[in-house]
Write a protein that binds this ligand. Structure first.
Ligand SMILES: NC(=O)c1ccc[n+]([C@@H]2O[C@H](COP(=O)([O-])OP(=O)(O)OC[C@H]3O[C@@H](n4cnc5c(N)ncnc54)[C@H](O)[C@@H]3O)[C@@H](O)[C@H]2O)c1
Length: 550
């Protein structure tokens, strides 16, 4: 996707102009409405052009104006996240791309996204706004169905589409962010006034080689240190070093041993040493290349070295793409529990390349799916259904065709939550669904259960708990367990685990939450309630093997 302009296209009333403006604001890009620009250029309104010069002349004006908008005359400083070129968003007219040459011009210079909605909705929107549309002859209700029938095949020929029928303009813009895999997130480092900043999250298949260009665009200068584990470095470190050196950026690579058992202060201490040896200064950047263990460690080392240097996350596991690399939580484990020491330190860039999942061990892929399902339960029933219908998980085609969309959708849930509540003082606690029991089970298993497997178990046990206390819809735990089992994930606490250790481990979560053990529990798919206190009796019952066998 080396294109610089995003074109919004579709019939009148589909929301091109309002959505385009909101999308442009969300990505800090300039916005142009083609009709407005033509009127400005010709000094005539669109209906006047149609009446005086006719439709063929109007199509010529559209082509000429589009050429102008794409020329250097309209160049701005806004960098497009899609390429090294300057970017912009353009809302086209409802029939602009009927002209073959104009369509070619658009498709050669960017990406066309078609917005659509059923005729009744388009009609009611057009009647409500009362704008004059020359091709509708002053009678929207009579003319629009005909016009849409004539253009049906044309509109159907665009592959990137968003149905805006049930969406507000804000939601349509957000769906466009998801479709593009481009998010500009409001980030905060620590709750100090004046330290807010934005950072970009980009999902791009085959996108790792673009890293050098993206770092250059952001004005990030070296020296850089790439932190990676041995498994991931073997596959991807060379490519990262190459893309940086092609952009004239210097890098050293520091390897850590893979696995949760290495997410410790000892490893962080070795990372600080490596940063010193590499000459990292206040303005330098750490690059985390790997799964959640690498991003938690490298992010924490970056947060603390010289009181905080920049870092970039290149997540290579599903779990870290949809969860660990987003939101700026970094840290290490203590023998007593997971993530007990850490810092909020948002990355300056997250670049996720779904193609890296082709080399991810299958059990890790499945583990990441637990967090995807969790995001579906929290806020996105459609994502939950997509997980339920995933098949042939072990095939490369599934990873290449189904996962990019799933990743973008799952990321979007987390991004919305962290934007609302960057420091986990409210809504963000929803992301702990399955984690209170999950973390305790993970620890009690001595990490023989992966994080995702433990979260899968935690979600099911916690949903049974939510049902028993009358919070969740009856049958919800079975529905969730069914989907997790379909994905090959465990849904019950393994019989050999010591219940007292599980209870004790939950106690460390309690310390974290100011003495109260509060759960995030589901009500239904798409809704989770936070801050629910569960007393010790219920906690004991919940981890009893019989609890999930009802
Ligand atoms: N900071 C947060 O907000 C947050 C959120 C969720 C989880 N986490 C943390 O994330 C960690 C779990 O992350 P994870 O599941 O990615 O584990 P991980 O980092 O241990 O990666 C899993 C395994 O996959 C390998 N691997 C990763 N990507 C690969 C690839 N593309 N090809 C081949 N091998 C690859 C790794 O070397 C490792 O052996 C836990 O420590 C958890 O606490 C943090």
């Amino acid at each position: 996707m080396k294109s610089s302009t995003i074109f919004l296209y579709g019939p009148s009333g589909s929301g091109k102009s309002t959505t385009g403006l909101l999308l442009a604001q969300s990505l800090d890009l300039p916005f142009y409405d083609l009709d407005v620009e033509i009127s400005r250029q010709t000094g005539k309104s669109v209906p006047e052009i149609f009446a005086q010069d006719g439709e063929p002349a109007f199509r010529r004006y559209e082509h000429a104006q589009l050429q102008r908008l794409l020329s250097s005359e309209y160049e701005t400083d806004a960098l497009n996240l899609l390429s090294s070129k300057k970017g912009k968003i353009i809302a086209l007219g409802g029939g602009t791309l009927l002209d073959r040459a104009t369509r070619e011009l658009a498709e050669n210079n960017g990406m066309v996204i078609l917005l659509s909605a059923p005729v009744e909705i388009l009609t009611s929107r057009l009647l409500a706004c009362n704008d004059e549309r020359p091709l509708l002859n002053g009678n929207v209700s009579a003319s629009l169905p005909d016009l849409l029938t004539r253009r049906a095949a044309h509109y159907a020929s665009f592959s990137l589409k968003i149905d805006t029928a049930l969406l507000t303009p804000q939601q349509a813009a957000w769906q466009t962010n998801i479709l593009l895999g481009l998010f500009r997130v409001k980030g905060l480092d620590q709750p100090f006034p004046g330290r807010s900043r934005t950072y970009d999250i980009i999902v791009r298949q085959g996108g790792l080689p673009d890293l050098g260009m993206l770092l250059q665009n952001k004005g990030l200068t070296g020296p850089f240190v790439v932190v990676s584990d041995e498994n991931v470095a073997r596959l991807y470190a060379r490519g990262i070093v190459d893309t940086l050196s092609e952009s004239g950026l210097t890098t050293t690579v520091h390897l850590i041993s893979p696995g949760e058992q290495n997410k410790t202060m000892n490893t962080v201490s070795r990372l600080w040493d490596a940063f010193l040896s590499a000459g990292l200064e206040r303005g330098s950047t750490v690059i985390a290349l790997g799964g959640g263990v690498v991003s938690d460690l490298a992010g924490f080392a970056a947060a603390t070295y010289l009181r905080g240097v920049r870092w970039v996350s290149l997540p290579t596991s599903l779990l870290s793409m949809v969860d660990a690399s987003l939101g700026g939580k970094t840290g290490v484990d203590l023998p007593q529990g997971k993530n007990l020491v850490g810092a909020f330190h948002t990355p300056n860039l997250v670049l996720a390349d779904p193609d890296t999942l082709l080399t991810l061990p299958f059990t890790e892929l499945r583990s990441g799916l637990a967090e995807v399902v969790k995001h579906g339960i929290i806020a996105d029933p459609d994502l939950f259904d997509r997980c339920a219908s995933l098949v042939n998980l072990d095939r490369p085609e599934t990873i290449q065709n189904d996962f990019p969309g799933i990743i973008r959708q799952a990321m979007a849930v987390k991004i919305q939550v962290i934007e609302e509540d960057p420091f986990e003082q409210g809504r963000r606690a929803a992301l702990n669904l399955g984690h209170t029991i999950g973390h305790a089970v993970e620890l009690a298993s001595g990490y023989s259960l992966s994080h995702g497997e433990a979260v899968a178990i935690g979600m099911v046990v916690e949903t049974y708990l939510a049902e028993r206390i009358g919070l969740a819809d009856p049958g919800l735990a079975k529905t969730i367990a069914g989907v997790l089992q379909h994905l090959g994930l465990p849904t019950a606490i393994p019989p050999g685990l010591d219940r007292e250790v599980i209870l004790l481990s939950m106690g460390f979560d309690k310390k974290r939450a100011g003495g109260k053990l509060r759960f995030a529990l589901p009500v239904r798919i798409g809704e989770v309630k936070t801050g629910i206190e569960i007393d010790e009796k219920w906690r004991r019952d919940a981890i009893d093997p019989g609890f999930t066998r009802s």
